[in-house]
Design a protein. Structure first.
Length: 277
């Protein structure tokens, strides 16, 4: 993908004026705004029609930039060293003097922080003097976009600017891990439980629906294409479209294969694109 400096410059300018812009990351496209600015954050929630109880992830260039806003602990540094920049989000305690607007984390005393590796995201983060609050660039409860055309489709003319960075390589959201207590995975992602266990040398739990709610934002309806979807079907109804994995159902009409090789990384990168189709 070619670097388009004019497009990046325009994104910086708008962000500096508390506007929202869509930018590519390696996971999915994000709707970015200044995490310190109430005006920007209000615009993000409004554009996405996102419930105010669903907190946003804050993106930094590197850990040094995050030291004024959150308490970085030993588990954080172990995981940071191994996986960052990359598709992992850490829940950390917010510092008392942090400038991150309280709406960003839905008035919690914690903040979700991530350090993306996408070249364009990093180029923008390096230039600006504030972190970016950035949820996925889709209307709330819908499918996350993995290319610039899908973002345009989500917001039509309501967005001032979209930086086109080609297709997001990973294609699903970051792994979210709470490090404010005994580490717990709040949202599974491409960096798996076993990888994390190995680095922390600890038993790690995965958040379950009936455990105590740690994040009010874990809403029931998520990633919805707007039509009914059935999961883990054992039988085929040929009147429906089918999303499959592996080579069992090759060449059938209305069958969409996520990965013929059953490669989970390939499947992840095709998931939202296929659901949108
Ligand atoms: P997204 O909608 O992809 O931006 O997802 C953000 C995810 O991070 C959601 O699952 C949120 O609940 C979670 N999250 C953001 N901030 C916090 C926080 N302070 N504490 C716990 N979870 C958070
Ligand atoms: Mg989202």
């Amino acid at each position: 993908m070619k670097f388009n400096f004019a497009n990046i410059k325009k994104a910086e300018k708008l962000l500096n004026k508390s506007e929202c812009v869509a930018i590519p990351t390696e996971t999915v496209y994000g709707l970015a705004g200044n995490a310190y600015s109430k005006e920007s954050i209000k615009k993000i929630y409004k554009l996405k029609k996102r419930p105010k109880i669903n907190p946003l992830i804050v993106h930094f260039y590197d850990y040094r930039d995050a030291t004024n806003d959150v308490h970085l602990n030993a588990n954080f540094f172990k995981l940071y060293k191994k996986f960052c920049p990359g598709p992992i989000t850490f829940i950390l305690k917010k510092k008392i003097n942090s400038e991150i607007h309280s709406m960003v984390s839905a008035n919690l005393n914690t903040v979700a922080v991530r350090f993306p590796y996408h070249k364009i995201t990093r180029a923008i983060l390096k230039k600006i003097s504030f972190p970016l609050a950035m949820p996925s660039a889709n209307v709330s409860s819908g499918l996350s976009p993995v290319n610039a055309e899908d973002v345009a489709d989500e917001f039509k003319k309501k967005l001032k600017h979209i930086v086109n960075g080609g297709k997001s390589k990973i294609g699903i959201e970051s792994t979210v891990i709470d490090l404010t207590r005994k580490p717990m995975i709040l949202r599974p992602g491409i960096i798996g439980l076993n990888n994390i266990k190995k680095i922390l040398n600890l038993r790690i739990n995965i958040y379950k629906k009936n455990s105590k709610i740690v994040s009010p934002g874990m809403l029931e309806k998520h990633y919805s294409p707007g039509i009914p979807i059935y999961l883990n079907k054992k039988t085929v109804n040929y009147a429906h479209a089918q999303i499959t994995l592996g080579n069992k159902y090759n060449h059938k009409k209305n069958f969409f294969n996520l990965s013929k090789k059953s490669d989970l990384k390939e499947a992840a990168s095709n998931l939202y694109k296929t659901l949108r189709k």
